[in-house]
Write a new protein. Structure first.
Length: 76
């Protein structure tokens, strides 16, 4: 997973090598960066849509991880 994250700029991980802990990946961006744009609502929407597309690609690149989805019995 580390190699996948290294290829996808901006994504970070936590406890990715600790198989006894919950791991996570995340992408951080300051709200100030959105507020400085002409249309901050549009900027936030575009940011989330782009991150969701990237997350989908990450999921496709790492099928060995136990990705939970609505169809796999996860609550939702």
């Amino acid at each position: 997973m580390k190699s996948v994250l290294e290829k996808n700029e901006g994504w970070s991980s936590q406890d990715i090598d600790d198989h006894t802990a919950w791991s996570m990946i995340h992408y951080d961006k300051s709200l100030l960066q959105f507020l400085s744009t002409d249309d901050h609502i549009e900027s936030i929407q575009a940011f989330f849509i782009e991150r969701l597309k990237e997350l989908y690609k990450l999921k496709q690149q790492t099928p060995e991880l136990e990705w939970k989805s609505k169809g796999s019995g996860a609550a939702g």
